[in-house]
Design a protein around this ligand. Structure first.
Ligand code: 3PG
Length: 215
């Protein structure tokens, strides 16, 4: 099975992508293991700390049950770094053609962020049919996705930014939502306390909400 097929299969059964903000490899690995234990196996490690690329590489090797992607990929250079580190998909906050092209050349799924119809149209003309919707709550939330869905009928979105257990089912009720992303599953306080059970419980709660929303 290709990475893309595996990714879509996993997102069909558990349509939630937790963000891991890595401070060091050990906590990034434990956080990812807790998410997998809770039932979420598609993980986004974001490039927001100096240690992020090293953490990504360690998580990829230490947690083979997870599909680990890189998020907050802003440049072609970062795209090259995360591919070298073993990222299995790439997510960007915005739409930047060189990152899209790099991911395509590396044969990795790429989810660039869009927040407007023009950005979605540009992405559609780049041949993309799966897009991040960011920042979801500020860019119009489920109502915007519903409106945009009537135009981009063959596009699926991954809303991220302001998604939580409280509004997850509102997004997942929409047919054009592939999955929701978010950091609510990996609270900094739980990681600081070393309480990874909280993270596993939040993941399990998200899986339960998703299965109820998706029937
Ligand atoms: C992202 O990078 O996708 C967002 O910063 C995540 O937003 P959240 O913290 O509101 O989940």
């Amino acid at each position: 099975m290709s990475v893309s097929d595996d990714l879509h299969k996993r997102l069909a059964s558990a349509p939630v992508v937790p963000l891991v903000v890595p401070d060091d490899p050990e906590t990034a690995i434990k956080t990812t293991q807790a998410l997998v234990a809770g039932g979420l196996t598609v993980i986004e490690v974001v490039l927001r700390t100096p240690e992020a690329v090293e953490c990504l590489s360690e998580v990829v090797s230490a947690v083979p049950d997870a599909i680990v992607g890189a998020g907050t990929v802003l440049s072609e250079r970062q795209a090259a770094e995360v591919v070298f580190a073993g990222a299995q998909f790439i997510i960007s906050p915005g739409l930047y053609a060189p990152v899209v092209e790099y991911a395509k050349s590396a044969r990795l799924p790429i989810f660039p962020g869009v927040a407007t119809a023009s950005e979605a149209q540009n992405a559609w003309n780049m041949g993309l049919r799966s897009l991040k919707f960011f920042p979801a709550s500020l860019a119009g939330g489920p109502a915007m996705l519903k409106a945009i869905g009537s135009v981009f009928k063959d596009v699926k979105f991954m809303p991220t930014g302001g998604v939580s257990a409280a509004n997850l089912s509102d997004y997942l009720a929409l047919p054009n939502v592939l999955a929701c992303g978010g950091s609510w599953l990996t609270p900094k306080s739980a990681i600081a306390e070393g309480n990874y059970q909280i993270i596993a419980d939040l993941a399990a709660e998200a899986v339960a909400i998703a299965s109820k929303a998706r029937g």
